[in-house]
Design a protein around this ligand. Structure first.
Ligand SMILES: CCCCC/C=C/C(=O)SCCNC(=O)CCNC(=O)[C@H](O)C(C)(C)COP(=O)(O)OP(=O)(O)OC[C@H]1O[C@@H](n2cnc3c(N)ncnc32)[C@H](O)[C@@H]1OP(=O)(O)O
Length: 359
Protein backbone atom coordinates (compact mmCIF):
# COMPACT_ATOMS: atom_id res chain seq x y z
CA UNK A 1 0.00 0.00 0.00
CA UNK A 2 1.31 3.48 -0.90
CA UNK A 3 1.98 5.95 1.92
CA UNK A 4 -0.95 8.29 2.60
CA UNK A 5 -0.87 11.98 3.57
CA UNK A 6 -1.52 10.85 7.15
CA UNK A 7 1.53 8.52 6.93
CA UNK A 8 3.59 11.49 5.80
CA UNK A 9 2.35 13.61 8.70
CA UNK A 10 3.16 10.80 11.16
CA UNK A 11 6.63 10.43 9.68
CA UNK A 12 7.27 14.18 10.05
CA UNK A 13 6.38 13.88 13.75
CA UNK A 14 8.56 10.79 14.10
CA UNK A 15 11.60 12.72 12.81
CA UNK A 16 11.24 15.12 15.76
CA UNK A 17 11.46 12.16 18.15
CA UNK A 18 14.59 10.55 16.71
CA UNK A 19 17.07 9.83 19.50
CA UNK A 20 20.03 10.11 17.17
CA UNK A 21 20.80 13.10 14.94
CA UNK A 22 20.64 11.63 11.40
CA UNK A 23 23.36 13.95 10.01
CA UNK A 24 23.26 16.71 7.44
CA UNK A 25 23.12 14.54 4.34
CA UNK A 26 20.06 12.66 5.57
CA UNK A 27 18.44 15.89 6.74
CA UNK A 28 18.89 17.36 3.26
CA UNK A 29 17.39 14.23 1.73
CA UNK A 30 14.41 14.43 4.09
CA UNK A 31 13.96 18.11 3.23
CA UNK A 32 14.05 17.41 -0.50
CA UNK A 33 11.63 14.46 -0.32
CA UNK A 34 9.21 16.43 1.83
CA UNK A 35 9.20 19.38 -0.55
CA UNK A 36 8.75 17.06 -3.54
CA UNK A 37 5.94 15.18 -1.77
CA UNK A 38 4.06 18.35 -0.83
CA UNK A 39 4.90 20.84 -3.60
CA UNK A 40 6.08 18.72 -6.53
CA UNK A 41 9.25 19.43 -8.56
CA UNK A 42 11.54 22.24 -7.37
CA UNK A 43 9.85 25.58 -8.08
CA UNK A 44 12.24 27.99 -6.30
CA UNK A 45 14.78 30.22 -8.01
CA UNK A 46 18.34 29.01 -7.36
CA UNK A 47 19.74 30.85 -4.27
CA UNK A 48 22.81 33.06 -4.65
CA UNK A 49 26.31 31.66 -4.37
CA UNK A 50 26.84 32.91 -0.78
CA UNK A 51 23.52 31.60 0.48
CA UNK A 52 25.13 28.20 1.01
CA UNK A 53 22.52 26.55 3.19
CA UNK A 54 19.57 27.41 0.96
CA UNK A 55 21.67 26.51 -2.07
CA UNK A 56 22.34 23.03 -0.62
CA UNK A 57 18.62 22.62 0.06
CA UNK A 58 17.72 23.82 -3.43
CA UNK A 59 20.22 21.40 -5.00
CA UNK A 60 18.85 18.45 -3.01
CA UNK A 61 15.27 19.25 -4.04
CA UNK A 62 16.13 20.05 -7.64
CA UNK A 63 18.02 16.74 -7.91
CA UNK A 64 14.73 14.88 -7.49
CA UNK A 65 13.67 16.14 -10.94
CA UNK A 66 10.13 15.06 -11.79
CA UNK A 67 9.87 12.27 -9.21
CA UNK A 68 6.10 11.78 -8.66
CA UNK A 69 4.72 13.23 -5.41
CA UNK A 70 3.39 9.83 -4.24
CA UNK A 71 6.82 8.22 -4.73
CA UNK A 72 8.52 11.05 -2.83
CA UNK A 73 5.98 10.60 -0.03
CA UNK A 74 6.64 6.87 0.11
CA UNK A 75 10.43 7.40 0.05
CA UNK A 76 10.17 9.92 2.88
CA UNK A 77 8.10 7.53 5.02
CA UNK A 78 10.50 4.62 4.29
CA UNK A 79 13.55 6.72 5.11
CA UNK A 80 12.08 7.87 8.44
CA UNK A 81 11.09 4.33 9.30
CA UNK A 82 14.65 3.08 8.67
CA UNK A 83 16.04 5.94 10.80
CA UNK A 84 13.62 5.19 13.64
CA UNK A 85 14.53 1.51 13.80
CA UNK A 86 18.29 2.14 13.71
CA UNK A 87 17.90 4.84 16.37
CA UNK A 88 15.93 2.46 18.61
CA UNK A 89 18.46 -0.35 18.21
CA UNK A 90 21.43 1.95 18.92
CA UNK A 91 23.17 0.73 22.03
CA UNK A 92 25.00 3.72 23.48
CA UNK A 93 26.19 3.25 27.03
CA UNK A 94 24.00 4.89 29.65
CA UNK A 95 25.94 4.45 32.85
CA UNK A 96 24.05 4.75 36.10
CA UNK A 97 20.71 4.49 34.32
CA UNK A 98 19.04 3.50 37.58
CA UNK A 99 19.97 6.85 39.15
CA UNK A 100 19.27 8.80 36.06
CA UNK A 101 17.43 12.12 36.15
CA UNK A 102 14.64 12.09 33.57
CA UNK A 103 13.85 14.70 30.98
CA UNK A 104 17.13 15.27 29.15
CA UNK A 105 17.48 14.45 25.46
CA UNK A 106 21.16 15.27 24.94
CA UNK A 107 22.58 14.51 28.37
CA UNK A 108 22.65 11.63 30.82
CA UNK A 109 22.46 13.12 34.31
CA UNK A 110 22.95 10.84 37.31
CA UNK A 111 23.43 11.34 41.04
CA UNK A 112 25.23 8.78 43.15
CA UNK A 113 27.62 8.77 46.14
CA UNK A 114 27.48 12.55 46.53
CA UNK A 115 28.38 13.17 42.88
CA UNK A 116 26.08 14.56 40.21
CA UNK A 117 27.45 13.53 36.84
CA UNK A 118 26.38 15.43 33.72
CA UNK A 119 27.41 13.39 30.71
CA UNK A 120 27.24 14.88 27.20
CA UNK A 121 25.45 12.22 25.23
CA UNK A 122 25.71 12.79 21.49
CA UNK A 123 28.62 10.41 20.89
CA UNK A 124 27.93 9.99 17.17
CA UNK A 125 28.37 13.78 16.78
CA UNK A 126 31.44 13.73 19.04
CA UNK A 127 29.23 15.38 21.69
CA UNK A 128 28.93 18.62 19.71
CA UNK A 129 26.84 21.11 21.67
CA UNK A 130 23.51 21.62 19.90
CA UNK A 131 21.14 24.42 20.88
CA UNK A 132 19.14 21.88 22.87
CA UNK A 133 22.29 20.72 24.65
CA UNK A 134 23.25 24.30 25.63
CA UNK A 135 19.79 24.72 27.14
CA UNK A 136 19.87 21.37 28.90
CA UNK A 137 23.32 21.98 30.41
CA UNK A 138 22.05 25.28 31.84
CA UNK A 139 19.11 23.39 33.39
CA UNK A 140 21.26 20.51 34.64
CA UNK A 141 23.71 22.92 36.33
CA UNK A 142 20.83 24.78 37.94
CA UNK A 143 19.41 21.50 39.29
CA UNK A 144 22.85 20.29 40.43
CA UNK A 145 23.50 23.58 42.25
CA UNK A 146 20.40 22.87 44.37
CA UNK A 147 20.68 19.10 44.89
CA UNK A 148 22.42 17.50 47.85
CA UNK A 149 25.47 16.24 45.97
CA UNK A 150 28.86 17.49 47.16
CA UNK A 151 30.48 17.85 43.74
CA UNK A 152 29.39 18.00 40.10
CA UNK A 153 31.19 16.41 37.18
CA UNK A 154 30.96 17.14 33.46
CA UNK A 155 32.16 14.44 31.08
CA UNK A 156 31.48 12.99 27.61
CA UNK A 157 30.05 9.69 26.37
CA UNK A 158 32.09 7.86 23.71
CA UNK A 159 35.56 8.62 22.38
CA UNK A 160 35.31 12.45 22.53
CA UNK A 161 34.86 14.77 25.49
CA UNK A 162 33.22 17.34 23.21
CA UNK A 163 33.76 18.76 19.72
CA UNK A 164 32.52 22.22 20.76
CA UNK A 165 29.71 24.24 19.28
CA UNK A 166 27.57 22.17 16.91
CA UNK A 167 28.31 23.84 13.59
CA UNK A 168 24.88 22.90 12.28
CA UNK A 169 23.30 25.19 14.91
CA UNK A 170 23.40 27.94 12.28
CA UNK A 171 21.14 26.05 9.89
CA UNK A 172 17.85 26.66 11.71
CA UNK A 173 17.72 30.34 10.80
CA UNK A 174 14.60 32.06 12.24
CA UNK A 175 12.25 34.32 10.32
CA UNK A 176 14.22 37.37 11.47
CA UNK A 177 17.15 36.02 9.42
CA UNK A 178 20.80 35.59 10.18
CA UNK A 179 21.03 38.75 12.37
CA UNK A 180 18.37 37.40 14.69
CA UNK A 181 20.08 34.01 14.70
CA UNK A 182 23.38 35.66 15.70
CA UNK A 183 21.63 37.57 18.49
CA UNK A 184 19.83 34.47 19.81
CA UNK A 185 23.02 32.39 19.70
CA UNK A 186 24.98 35.08 21.52
CA UNK A 187 22.36 35.41 24.24
CA UNK A 188 22.36 31.65 24.69
CA UNK A 189 26.17 31.59 24.79
CA UNK A 190 26.22 34.36 27.43
CA UNK A 191 23.64 32.59 29.64
CA UNK A 192 25.42 29.27 29.19
CA UNK A 193 28.80 30.64 30.26
CA UNK A 194 27.17 32.56 33.14
CA UNK A 195 25.80 29.30 34.53
CA UNK A 196 29.39 28.03 34.86
CA UNK A 197 30.61 31.29 36.42
CA UNK A 198 27.83 31.15 39.02
CA UNK A 199 28.01 27.44 39.79
CA UNK A 200 28.34 27.32 43.60
CA UNK A 201 30.02 23.96 44.32
CA UNK A 202 33.16 22.23 43.09
CA UNK A 203 32.82 21.57 39.37
CA UNK A 204 35.09 18.91 37.92
CA UNK A 205 35.78 18.19 34.23
CA UNK A 206 36.53 14.55 33.45
CA UNK A 207 38.01 14.99 29.99
CA UNK A 208 37.73 11.50 28.52
CA UNK A 209 38.94 12.39 25.00
CA UNK A 210 39.57 15.30 22.60
CA UNK A 211 38.04 18.65 23.47
CA UNK A 212 37.39 21.45 20.96
CA UNK A 213 36.33 25.10 21.06
CA UNK A 214 33.97 26.09 23.83
CA UNK A 215 34.53 22.74 25.57
CA UNK A 216 38.16 23.84 26.07
CA UNK A 217 37.66 27.51 26.91
CA UNK A 218 35.16 26.67 29.65
CA UNK A 219 37.79 24.60 31.45
CA UNK A 220 39.17 27.84 32.90
CA UNK A 221 35.95 28.06 34.92
CA UNK A 222 36.21 24.53 36.39
CA UNK A 223 37.71 23.81 39.80
CA UNK A 224 39.54 20.63 38.77
CA UNK A 225 40.27 19.23 35.29
CA UNK A 226 41.27 15.56 35.00
CA UNK A 227 42.26 14.34 31.54
CA UNK A 228 42.92 11.05 29.83
CA UNK A 229 46.28 11.00 28.04
CA UNK A 230 44.22 10.55 24.84
CA UNK A 231 42.64 13.99 25.29
CA UNK A 232 43.69 16.97 23.20
CA UNK A 233 42.78 20.63 23.64
CA UNK A 234 42.06 22.68 20.54
CA UNK A 235 40.55 26.15 20.11
CA UNK A 236 40.53 26.79 16.33
CA UNK A 237 38.69 30.10 16.59
CA UNK A 238 40.65 31.94 13.92
CA UNK A 239 40.14 29.03 11.49
CA UNK A 240 36.41 29.50 12.06
CA UNK A 241 36.48 33.30 11.86
CA UNK A 242 35.45 33.43 15.54
CA UNK A 243 36.85 35.13 18.62
CA UNK A 244 37.54 33.58 22.06
CA UNK A 245 34.62 32.95 24.42
CA UNK A 246 33.94 31.12 27.70
CA UNK A 247 35.92 33.87 29.53
CA UNK A 248 39.09 32.38 28.04
CA UNK A 249 40.38 35.82 26.98
CA UNK A 250 40.71 36.44 30.72
CA UNK A 251 41.24 32.98 32.29
CA UNK A 252 43.78 31.59 29.80
CA UNK A 253 46.34 34.43 30.09
CA UNK A 254 45.96 34.15 33.89
CA UNK A 255 46.45 30.38 33.84
CA UNK A 256 49.24 30.02 31.28
CA UNK A 257 50.52 33.54 30.59
CA UNK A 258 49.55 35.76 27.64
CA UNK A 259 51.90 34.29 25.02
CA UNK A 260 50.86 30.66 25.52
CA UNK A 261 47.24 31.82 25.62
CA UNK A 262 47.76 33.60 22.30
CA UNK A 263 49.22 30.48 20.69
CA UNK A 264 46.09 28.58 21.65
CA UNK A 265 43.32 31.15 21.29
CA UNK A 266 44.59 33.20 18.35
CA UNK A 267 46.68 30.70 16.40
CA UNK A 268 44.72 27.55 17.25
CA UNK A 269 47.68 25.53 18.61
CA UNK A 270 46.37 22.12 19.67
CA UNK A 271 47.78 20.87 23.00
CA UNK A 272 48.23 17.31 24.17
CA UNK A 273 46.93 16.48 27.63
CA UNK A 274 50.46 16.61 29.05
CA UNK A 275 51.11 20.02 27.47
CA UNK A 276 47.81 21.33 28.81
CA UNK A 277 48.79 20.02 32.24
CA UNK A 278 52.21 21.66 32.06
CA UNK A 279 50.44 24.95 31.25
CA UNK A 280 48.05 24.67 34.19
CA UNK A 281 44.84 24.16 32.21
CA UNK A 282 44.65 20.51 33.29
CA UNK A 283 45.11 19.42 36.90
CA UNK A 284 46.33 15.86 36.27
CA UNK A 285 46.67 13.43 33.37
CA UNK A 286 45.93 9.69 33.67
CA UNK A 287 46.69 6.79 31.30
CA UNK A 288 43.59 6.16 29.21
CA UNK A 289 43.48 2.48 30.22
CA UNK A 290 42.99 3.33 33.90
CA UNK A 291 41.49 6.81 33.52
CA UNK A 292 37.89 6.08 34.54
CA UNK A 293 38.84 3.85 37.47
CA UNK A 294 41.45 6.19 38.93
CA UNK A 295 39.41 9.34 38.49
CA UNK A 296 36.16 7.97 39.90
CA UNK A 297 37.95 6.42 42.88
CA UNK A 298 39.45 9.79 43.69
CA UNK A 299 36.22 11.72 43.13
CA UNK A 300 34.21 9.31 45.26
CA UNK A 301 36.63 9.97 48.12
CA UNK A 302 36.46 13.76 47.60
CA UNK A 303 32.66 13.66 47.58
CA UNK A 304 32.66 12.19 51.10
CA UNK A 305 34.09 15.44 52.51
CA UNK A 306 31.50 17.70 54.20
CA UNK A 307 29.54 19.30 51.39
CA UNK A 308 29.00 22.70 53.05
CA UNK A 309 32.68 23.32 53.49
CA UNK A 310 33.38 22.30 49.87
CA UNK A 311 30.93 24.98 48.72
CA UNK A 312 32.39 27.57 51.05
CA UNK A 313 35.97 26.84 49.99
CA UNK A 314 35.03 27.11 46.33
CA UNK A 315 33.38 30.44 46.95
CA UNK A 316 36.33 31.77 48.94
CA UNK A 317 38.64 30.84 46.06
CA UNK A 318 36.39 32.05 43.23
CA UNK A 319 33.98 34.75 44.40
CA UNK A 320 36.23 37.77 44.12
CA UNK A 321 36.62 37.00 40.40
CA UNK A 322 32.92 36.57 39.69
CA UNK A 323 32.04 40.13 38.78
CA UNK A 324 35.04 40.38 36.48
CA UNK A 325 34.16 37.07 34.81
CA UNK A 326 30.60 38.22 34.13
CA UNK A 327 31.81 41.43 32.52
CA UNK A 328 34.32 39.46 30.38
CA UNK A 329 31.52 37.11 29.36
CA UNK A 330 29.27 39.98 28.27
CA UNK A 331 32.10 41.57 26.30
CA UNK A 332 33.20 38.35 24.60
CA UNK A 333 29.59 37.52 23.69
CA UNK A 334 29.06 40.91 22.13
CA UNK A 335 32.25 40.60 20.06
CA UNK A 336 31.39 37.09 18.86
CA UNK A 337 27.94 38.28 17.75
CA UNK A 338 29.69 40.38 15.08
CA UNK A 339 31.94 37.47 14.18
CA UNK A 340 28.95 35.17 13.52
CA UNK A 341 27.86 37.55 10.77
CA UNK A 342 31.31 37.85 9.20
CA UNK A 343 32.04 36.30 5.81
CA UNK A 344 35.08 34.54 7.35
CA UNK A 345 32.93 32.75 9.88
CA UNK A 346 30.10 31.90 7.48
CA UNK A 347 32.53 30.49 4.92
CA UNK A 348 34.27 28.35 7.56
CA UNK A 349 30.98 26.89 8.76
CA UNK A 350 29.78 26.25 5.22
CA UNK A 351 33.06 24.53 4.34
CA UNK A 352 32.57 22.20 7.30
CA UNK A 353 28.92 21.55 6.45
CA UNK A 354 29.74 20.78 2.84
CA UNK A 355 32.45 18.38 4.09
CA UNK A 356 35.27 20.40 2.57
CA UNK A 357 36.92 21.14 5.92
CA UNK A 358 37.70 19.39 9.15
CA UNK A 359 40.06 20.52 11.88
C1 LIG B 1 26.46 29.42 20.91
C2 LIG B 1 27.59 29.82 20.05
C3 LIG B 1 28.98 29.46 20.49
C4 LIG B 1 29.98 29.86 19.45
C5 LIG B 1 31.39 29.74 19.83
C6 LIG B 1 32.06 28.62 19.16
C7 LIG B 1 32.66 27.75 19.88
C8 LIG B 1 33.28 26.52 19.34
O1 LIG B 1 33.13 25.52 19.95
S1 LIG B 1 34.22 26.57 17.92
C9 LIG B 1 34.62 24.88 17.58
C10 LIG B 1 33.54 24.19 16.81
N1 LIG B 1 33.91 22.81 16.51
C11 LIG B 1 34.53 22.41 15.42
O2 LIG B 1 34.91 23.21 14.58
C12 LIG B 1 34.75 20.95 15.27
C13 LIG B 1 34.23 20.45 13.95
N2 LIG B 1 34.45 19.01 13.85
C14 LIG B 1 35.57 18.47 13.32
O3 LIG B 1 36.48 19.14 12.88
C15 LIG B 1 35.65 16.97 13.34
O4 LIG B 1 34.35 16.45 13.30
C16 LIG B 1 36.38 16.44 14.61
C17 LIG B 1 37.87 16.78 14.49
C18 LIG B 1 35.81 17.02 15.89
C19 LIG B 1 36.23 14.89 14.69
O5 LIG B 1 36.73 14.30 13.50
P1 LIG B 1 36.54 12.71 13.30
O6 LIG B 1 37.08 11.99 14.47
O7 LIG B 1 37.08 12.40 11.96
O8 LIG B 1 34.95 12.50 13.34
P2 LIG B 1 33.86 12.99 12.29
O9 LIG B 1 34.26 14.30 11.70
O10 LIG B 1 33.56 11.89 11.35
O11 LIG B 1 32.60 13.26 13.27
C20 LIG B 1 31.49 12.37 13.38
C21 LIG B 1 30.24 13.13 13.03
O12 LIG B 1 30.08 14.19 13.98
C22 LIG B 1 29.92 15.43 13.28
N3 LIG B 1 30.49 16.51 14.09
C23 LIG B 1 31.62 16.46 14.81
N4 LIG B 1 31.83 17.64 15.40
C24 LIG B 1 30.83 18.46 15.03
C25 LIG B 1 30.50 19.83 15.34
N5 LIG B 1 31.24 20.57 16.14
N6 LIG B 1 29.39 20.33 14.79
C26 LIG B 1 28.59 19.58 13.99
N7 LIG B 1 28.85 18.26 13.66
C27 LIG B 1 29.96 17.74 14.19
C28 LIG B 1 30.70 15.23 11.99
O13 LIG B 1 30.26 16.15 11.01
C29 LIG B 1 30.35 13.80 11.66
O14 LIG B 1 29.05 13.82 11.08
P3 LIG B 1 28.66 12.82 9.88
O15 LIG B 1 29.69 13.03 8.81
O16 LIG B 1 27.28 13.24 9.47
O17 LIG B 1 28.74 11.45 10.50
Amino acid sequence: MRASLKDLENAVNQVKLLKKDPGNEVKLKLYALYKQATEGPCNMPKPGVFDLINKAKWEAWNALGSLPEETARQNYVDLVSSLSSSSESSSQVKPGADKEHAGYGTLVVTSEDGITKIMLNRPTRKNAISTQMYQEIILALKAASQDDSAITVLTGNGDFYCSGNDLTNVTDTPLGGIEEKAKNSTNLLRDFVASFIDFPKPLIAVVNGPAVGIAVTLLGLFDIVYASDRATFHTPFSHLGLSPEGCSSYTFPKIMGPTKATEMLTFGKKLTAREACAQGLVTEVFPDATFQKEVWTRLTAYAKLPSNVLRISKQVIRNREKEKLHSVNVEESSIIQGRFLSEESMNAVMNFLSKRAKL
